[in-house]
Design a protein around this ligand. Sequence first.
Ligand code: RM4
Ligand code: MN
Ligand code: MN
Length: 397
Amino acid sequence: MTLSESAIGDAAFRALDAFRIEIPSWGFANTGTRFGKFAQPAAASTIEEKFADAAEVNRLTGTTPTLALHVLWDLPNGLRDVAAVRELELRFGIRSGSINPTLFQDQEYKYGSLANPSRAIRERAVKHVFDSIEIAKALGSRDISLWLADGSNYPGTQSIGKRIGWLEEALGAAHDRLAADQRLLIEYKPFEPAFYHTDIADWGMASHLARSAGPQARVLVDTGHHYMAQNIEQIVAWLLHTGLLGGFHFNDRRYADDDLTLGSIDPYQIFRIFHELHCARTEGLPHAVAYMIDQSHNLKGKIEAMVQTVMTAQELYLKAALLDRERLQELQQSCDLVAAEELFRGAFWRDVRPLAAAWREARGLPADPLTALRSSGYVERAERERGGRHAAVGGYA
Ligand code: RM4
Ligand code: MN
Ligand code: MN
């Protein structure tokens, strides 16, 4: 059975109405590589400018109502900054999203944070996670999203085993502080900045730590945090099956954690991930999955690239939503390989841009957000107002 045009249109509108993606505050700030930074005159250097940019992206796309915050970059005075952030939320109509403890830039963390061999440094790091949880409570944020740079550079220099125990202890303590509706998301990454061993290097380690921390802990999948040949959608299917999938950090890459804009290198990869998510929904698996962007586009314009990314995410989500999954199941069951693959690829090749444009118009949004951004003059205004005064920003985004 093939769906009629109007049924496809209805399904597309339903899918886009349900789709939200969170943008990161650090995606608007100047970031660089370890070799240097190319400053953009329109880049945001204050939390107020980041909220303003987030509001502009949401005005154009209608899809990004929340902004992820990195605690030391955005609330350097901790809880004392909450009132100011609250005020920005009201002023710009954007809510704070996931709260990201910043556990990698202080000198104390040279040999690790939650897994540091020094008890005092571990306690300091745990205290920062506790503070981050309190900030999240005060801001009404559900997710505390934890990424650690912890690891070592040389064999034999750290006890990998002891560090597992220290992580279990720290994450369990953090879990105890969560409110009933909060979650602890645990992100993994195979290497960088550590180049011999990373304490939470893959989804197996993250899954174990989430389970041992408690029922409100989940795994966070950053699409750039895998070895080249890894089958990410299979990891996603397993995390869905085990009820451990908490959310995503979307970005693209060619080599490692390149943090390129979503879908720029391999859009089929993201389509395949979204397919697994749509399958889980069809099969009624209970899950709440947070879609977040975590990219650091150094060369593209910050706001323009963010709008482009949101549109790409919508398109890939929509392509996967419109796949005839009933038919696919039949073909899978009868092992009709080529027909199954062609159906799957056909959904990927469908040009959904006209459907997305129709949805935007129906929802009172610009049909083409990128053109609307250009004609709004927002970026030029930001360049005039912000050019020349740039605060330093850390470089691991
Ligand atoms: C890391 C990781 C984290 C992000 C930092 C800034 O590579 O992706 O999610 O918080 O960068
Ligand atoms: Mn990430
Ligand atoms: Mn990363």
